[in-house]
Design a protein around this ligand. Structure first.
Ligand code: SF4
Length: 318
């Protein structure tokens, strides 16, 4: 029996970004340098496949620093940590490596600079997401006000409406954030902000590729974790760009084949923390059921790379 024809659009760029790549490398190099176990505070990146792989090599994932012994190295995740965390690790004389993505650190520095200039911060982000917790935790309590939606802007009660600056989480929807920034600027004309927003190149590029791909595809799958902010945004961007059926899947086994019956095309992308091996797994699952023609939808090229911290480039004992 011949298989039904399917055009499989593959978004580019997709998957791993430079910050995720670096964070995983940091855990691997720490295991090589110090041996197992190496402790990791929080999921190093939001992907079960990646976390399980590192756990098998000897990484121990914990929620808080208090769950780590003093005498083993600890790594802080790519999302960033409140200032109190490295301070406590230093107080306990622990060896620690900060895997915070440099583009998140850049936002931390921005927040500190504005705070130093006497401005109160407004952070556009998702309540409870580790990156938001980490960024808000750079400044003393009450110095960062969180807004998640345009509606939240109306209820803000800053200390002085003329002494405000805004920062954003790096993995937000570019379009939704632009609306929130516009609402902030309308209510607080003196508010200071970054040139555009703090959304990183990887988030922007992955959303751009989805916007180009989604209108062509009968359905779209985003490979990523349910707690991955940038992956969830890709699903929303896909729907907003006209693809009615856009779903998040962690692995090929999550695909709802019944919902895809009768489609002639599918769009595939992956969040910044999803490895390419999972993309290939999903493509293979389609090949098993359809006569697949792959068409790449490329909207940007990336060549960003971040160095690992010096402590991992030095030999053990240094
Ligand atoms: S999504 Fe952006 S900010 Fe987050 S780790 Fe990747 S490059 Fe860094």
């Amino acid at each position: 029996m011949s298989l039904p024809q399917l055009t499989l659009y593959l978004a580019a760029p997709r998957g791993f970004c430079a910050g995720v790549d670096r964070a995983i490398k940091i855990v691997e190099m720490a295991l090589e340098k110090w041996g197992a176990p190496v402790y990791v505070r929080h999921e190093i990146v939001h992907n079960k496949y990646v976390v399980d792989g590192l756990r098998a090599k000897g990484a121990v994932f914990v929620k808080e620093l208090e769950d780590c012994p003093d005498d083993r190295p600890v790594i802080f995740s790519a999302h960033g940590v409140p200032k109190a965390v490295p301070a406590e690790a230093a107080r306990r004389e622990m060896v620690y490596v900060d895997a915070t993505c440099p583009l998140v650190s850049k936002v931390h520095i921005e927040a500190e600079r504005h705070h130093g200039n006497g401005l109160q911060m407004v952070m556009i982000g998702h309540d409870g997401h580790p990156e938001t917790v980490g960024t808000m935790g750079q400044l003393p309590e009450g110095e960062v006000l969180l807004v998640e939606t345009v509606a939240d802007v109306a209820t803000l009660t800053p200390r002085d409406p003329d002494q405000l600056a805004f920062i954003t989480q790096t993995t937000l929807s570019v379009d939704d954030t632009a609306d929130i920034v516009a609402a902030l600027q309308a209510r607080f004309p003196a508010i200071v902000g970054p040139h555009k927003e703090d959304i990183c190149y990887a988030t922007t590029n992955r959303q751009g590729a989805v916007k180009a791909m989604a209108p062509k595809a009968d359905a779209m799958l985003v490979i990523g974790a349910p707690n991955s902010s940038n992956s969830k945004r890709l699903v929303e961007v896909g729907r907003a760009a006209g693809c009615q059926y856009a779903q998040l899947v962690q692995r090929a086994e999550d695909i709802d084949w019944r919902a895809l019956e009768g489609i002639g095309s599918i769009g595939i992308t992956a969040g910044a923390s999803a490895p390419e091996v999972l993309v290939n797994e999903v493509i293979d699952a389609f090949r098993a059921r359809f006569d697949v023609t792959v068409a790449q939808v490329e909207t940007a090229q990336e060549n960003v790379e971040f160095k690992v911290p010096r402590i991992l480039r030095e030999p053990a004992g240094a």
